[in-house]
Design a protein around this ligand. Structure first.
Ligand SMILES: [Ca+2]
Ligand SMILES: [Ca+2]
Length: 387
């Protein structure tokens, strides 16, 4: 039990998540607000001896998997608020706070269509003082689909002060990208899909089929490789972003769905890099194009959702793969691919590493392609030390 887990559990108890013990009936209906499960760990027991000034606390290690919340509808991203509550985007257009007194806020202008809707979420690096957060969302823009990055002020319950940070990303029923992450350099990184126009991925003037990098106010960093928001190109539908402990940026990407399956990619992203789509995919090589560090081959489909780095491993969720994958990194190279929970929880998408060292993993069985359990969608807590 490390100090971070101790801190988190104490915080959770202050918020009431530890008590009472026992089972609380949880609604199977997705129309009701999601429930924070009280059947999950954390267990904190006070000493039998009354010690008014220094109570003894006994902590049990987090189990391999526990359910934190259920009754959600297609959670797309998870972030932690200062203090430990979780914010979740649900794709149909709702921002949900997972806390004992959980509140929800509708995000205006969202059109859920196919893979589009309310997707990525990132807190401003100065969120604790600014209260600003960023969404990536799909909207009906006069009869055609558009993806945008929008910023809001969030007071802990409701949203205000809407500001468009970046627009003009073409949307479609499929291939909308949608991940937002602030990098260690303080800039906002954005994954976009080709929206069905494959050639756009090779056009450095198009915002589609790219990984983008902008400042928090939407301005273009002076060291961007093409003088616009484009950071890397030749992507089909990337949806995972994470940095390793060496500062390398990694991204997961969906391979060609026109084939029976396969050719999903894990890429190490360099500025200005061309990752090949639609000219090459899989291990095909072409001068000036960068092959993936790892790809699933023709016979396996990951359909990777989200990506996180933790203690030398890149974890990513699988939608069609219905698996949590882990890639061991050594000197920037892949040494092993491991698979966990194959088929056990259905489609897996949102993934976030908590400060407690646990992985928070969202199912995506209500996204129109799954076979939902009554409790879906759920947020699972996974202890990576027990994988
Ligand atoms: Ca590629
Ligand atoms: Ca994430």
């Amino acid at each position: 039990m490390n100090r971070k887990i101790l801190t988190f559990l104490l915080t959770a108890c202050v918020l009431g998540a530890c008590a009472p013990q026992g089972t609380q009936p949880l609604s199977p209906s997705q129309t009701l607000p999601p429930q924070v499960s009280r059947t999950a760990d954390p267990t904190i027991q006070s000493s039998a001896e009354p010690t008014p000034t220094t109570p003894a606390i006994i902590l049990t290690p987090a189990p391999r998997v526990s359910v934190l919340a259920e009754g959600l509808d297609t959670p797309w991203e998870i972030v932690f608020l200062p203090g430990g509550d979780l914010l979740v985007t649900e794709r149909f257009g709702r921002l949900t706070r997972l806390a004992p007194d959980g509140s929800v806020a509708d995000v205006p202008g969202v059109s859920e269509t196919g893979e589009g809707g309310l997707l990525g979420l990132a807190l401003d690096p100065d969120f604790a003082s600014s209260g600003l957060l960023y969404f990536y969302l799909t909207s009906d823009s006069g009869g055609s689909w558009e993806n945008r990055v929008e910023r809001y002020y969030y007071d802990g319950h409701s949203l205000s002060e809407r500001t468009v940070i970046l627009d003009g990303i073409r949307g479609a029923a499929n291939h909308d990208g949608g991940r937002l992450e602030f990098g260690p350099d303080g800039y906002l990184y954005i994954t976009t899909g080709d929206a069905g126009d494959e050639q756009s991925a090779q056009d450095p003037e198009s915002l589609n089929g790219k990984i983008l990098r902008i400042a928090a106010d939407g301005s273009i960093p002076v060291d961007n490789p093409f003088g616009n928001a484009v950071w890397s190109l030749g992507h089909r539908n990337p949806q995972g972003l994470a940095w390793d402990d060496q500062g390398n940026l990694w991204s997961t990407e969906h391979g060609p769905s026109g084939l029976s399956s396969g050719f999903d990619e894990l890429n190490r992203i360099v500025p200005g890099g061309n990752y090949g789509w639609p000219v090459v995919y899989g291990d095909e090589a072409r001068e000036g194009m960068i092959a993936p560090v790892l790809q699933s081959g023709a016979d396996e489909t990951w359909a990777p959702g989200d990506l996180e780095f933790f203690e030398g491993r890149l974890f990513f969720s699988g939608l069609r793969g219905e698996t949590l994958y882990a890639v061991d990194l050594q000197d920037g190279q892949v040494s092993r691919l491991s698979r966990y929970f194959e088929g056990e929880y259905g489609r897996l998408r949102a993934l976030r590493l908590g400060e407690d060292g646990l992985l928070y993993l969202g199912t995506s069985n209500r996204d129109g392609r799954g076979d939902p359990y009554p409790e879906d969608d759920r947020i699972l807590r996974v202890n990576p030390d027990l994988l």
